[in-house]
Design a protein around this ligand. Structure first.
Ligand code: NDP
Length: 331
């Protein structure tokens, strides 16, 4: 937004700067529990801006299982204090910048995961609101080929998929099995394994109705878990990414010297836990693959859910049957 010159009338000057209200619509809960604790607050405080943060007018958000687990009180010991505006994922437009912000400016279209450590001191004022304040370093410019809903679907899941595969040492020519291939994380892990890491063989599990989807995402081997137990098949993999909570079985199908990265549930050796952290540089690194269409967001066809439908969206996510990402748009 260009600064207005001294010759501008006051009316023109007002148009040249983005007006940020003091209050906003936001989903909020003031007690832990099921989805019914969520209330739409029509006059929540717009979060204060720290020097290293930008204020974003949120256009779209997305849900992750961690939002539901946090709301249920599973991370109370390390959570921010109640009341909580939930939400980690968002895409939107920068409307204000803090004094130490170096690269972003008003009007930039950005996306990202708004809390650096999702389980450890996550922001009290999250992304399921009209405005959210985010450190510049956690954000990236939105790929131009993606709309806001598509961009909002990515940050937490794609950084989990990327971080997990990276930590497991996946590299060109290796094989990988993704447990939970049709979910938010799995659908992106399959595509990253194939197109970013150059895996020679990508296998994944899902139920019968989602087998065609796995193939469309690029898997070489689609395992229908309602018919076959992956741990009883003869194939072994260099890397296993567990996005289901099957760590005990996952270690049975890894090659000697390979890696099993477990995102949820119990960890059996040699498996190890990975927990995502937010980093805008990782999104910037992946942007070319998104721009080229090699890696595509997968939005669950039940959505996008309207901002007024956040309770329904949570309930749907919590069935554990979502295909790709549960998106909230527009906000
Ligand atoms: P989703 O809600 O998107 O996963 C839903 C998908 O899981 C469905 O498509 C379902 O497919 C599939 N699924 C469920 N059970 C099985 C099964 N037995 N075998 C294969 N697929 C199955 O979740 P996310 O992908 O977002 O997250 C997955 C897990 O990883 C969650 O527990 C989440 O909390 C965790 N996680 C951990 C992170 C970390 O940093 N450690 C970060 C992100 C997520 P179908 O209907 O065919 O069963």
């Amino acid at each position: 937004v260009a600064a207005s010159s001294s010759s501008s009338s006051p009316a023109t000057a007002a148009v040249a700067t983005t007006e940020v209200p003091g209050v906003m619509k936001a989903w909020v809960y003031d007690a832990y529990g099921d989805a019914s604790v969520l209330k739409l607050d029509e006059a929540a405080a717009v979060p204060a801006l720290a020097d290293d943060q930008v204020l974003v007018k949120v256009v779209a958000g997305a849900l992750n299982p961690v939002d539901a687990k946090r709301r249920a009180g599973k991370f109370q010991a390390t959570d921010s204090p109640l009341p909580t505006v939930p939400g980690y994922d968002m895409a939107g437009v920068v409307v204000k910048v803090g004094s130490q912000v170096k690269n972003l400016k008003e009007g930039d279209e950005v996306y990202g995961m708004i809390s650096e450590k999702p389980l450890d001191g996550p922001k009290q004022s999250g992304s399921l609101a009209e405005y959210t304040a985010v450190e510049e370093k956690l954000l990236a410019l939105k790929p131009k080929v993606l709309d806001f809903a598509q961009a909002a679907s990515l940050p937490l899941a794609v950084q989990t998929a990327n971080g997990g595969l990276d930590r497991a040492g996946l590299s060109a020519g290796k094989s990988v099995l993704v447990l939970g291939g049709a979910g938010g994380v799995g659908s992106l892990a399959i595509q990253l394994a194939k197109h970013v890491y150059g895996a020679s063989k990508v296998a994944a599990t899902a139920s019968t109705k989602k087998i065609e989807l796995l193939k469309s995402l690029g898997v070489d081997v689609a395992i229908d878990y309602t018919k076959d137990s992956f741990e009883e098949l003869t194939d072994k993999y260099d890397v296993v990414l567990d996005a289901v909570g099957q760590g005990d079985k996952a270690v049975k199908v890894v090659k000697e010297g390979g890696s099993v990265v477990v995102l949820t549930g119990a960890v059996s050796p040699p498996g190890f836990r990975f927990v995502v952290t937010s980093n805008g540089a990782v999104l910037e690194k992946l942007n070319p693959y998104l721009e080229s269409g090699k890696v595509k967001p997968l939005i669950d066809p039940e959505g996008p859910f309207a901002f007024s439908q956040v309770v329904e969206a949570f309930s749907y996510l919590e069935t554990g049957r979502a295909t790709g990402k549960v998106v909230i748009s527009p906000i």
